[in-house]
Design a protein around this ligand. Sequence first.
Ligand code: GLN
Length: 269
Amino acid sequence: MPTYRELIQTSSLERFDAQVLLLHIVQKNRAWLITHDTDLASDEHSAAFAALAARRRIGEPVAYILGSREFYGREFVVTPAVLIPRPDTELLVELAIARAPQAGRVIDLGTGSGCIPITLKLERPDLNVAALDISTDALAVATQNAAALNADVRFLPSDWLAAVAGEQFELIVSNPPYIEANDAHLTQGDLRFEPSGALTDGSDGLQHLATIITQAKQHLVSGAWLLLEHGWDQGAACRELLQQAGYAEAQTWRDLGDNDRVSGGQWRS
Ligand code: GLN
C-alpha cells in the first residue's frame, strides 16, 4: 500500500495539482495532508486518485475535474459549458463595485459561470443585477451558482444585448471572448478543454469587444460606465474603439500581474 505522499510523488502531476485532487478524494483540507502524508492510502482512495490523476495527465483542467473553482472568496460550480473563472477577472469586479451607483441597474454580458454578476450582487446587495449569455448550457450553470450562493440575479439567454432591447443600465460589464483565433494558447494546456466560444471570436480578438462597445450605447444612462476585460495587448485598441464610439474618460487598468486587463469609458448623452 502506498502512502499519500507516495501517491502524490508517483502521479507525475504538478505537486499542487496532485495535492488538490487527493484532498478532494479524501475530503480533507491542506492541514490534514501535512500531518497524514505518511499514512497508508486505502485501496479505494488509491484507485479514485489514479482515475483523477489520469484525467489531469491528459490535460483536463483541475477545475473541471473537481467541478468547482474559487472566485472572489466563493466556490462556483464549473462544467465544460463555461469558462473557468480567472483571478484576473477580480479586477473587473472590483472596478464595477467601485463604479456602480447606489441601487444601480447592472448587467453582465456573456456571463458564463455567473461569477461576475453573482459576486457583484453579494458584495453590493443594493444593486439590481442581470446577466446574459447566448449559451443556455452556461446559463444553467450560472443559475445553479446563483441559487447555491443565494444571489438574486436575473439571467436571460441573449446574443449580446438583444434580449434587453429598450432597457437602460447604470453599469455594463463583460469578460467577452477576446483571444485571437490564431493564438497558439488555444491549442495548448487547459484552454483546449474550455468552450472555444467563450475564449475566441474566431477572428482578431476585438470583434466582440467592438460589438459590445457599439451596442452598449443604447443601454447606458448618461454618466454610466462600460467596463470590459480584454487581453494584455488589447488596451490601446479598446480605448480607441471606446473613443471612436463617443465614450468619455476611456482608460485602461492593470491586473495583479501588471498587465493591461480592463478598459472602460463613460457614456454621456
Ligand atoms: N483570460 C482568458 C485567458 O487568456 C481568456 C478569457 C476570455 O477570452 N474572456 O485564458
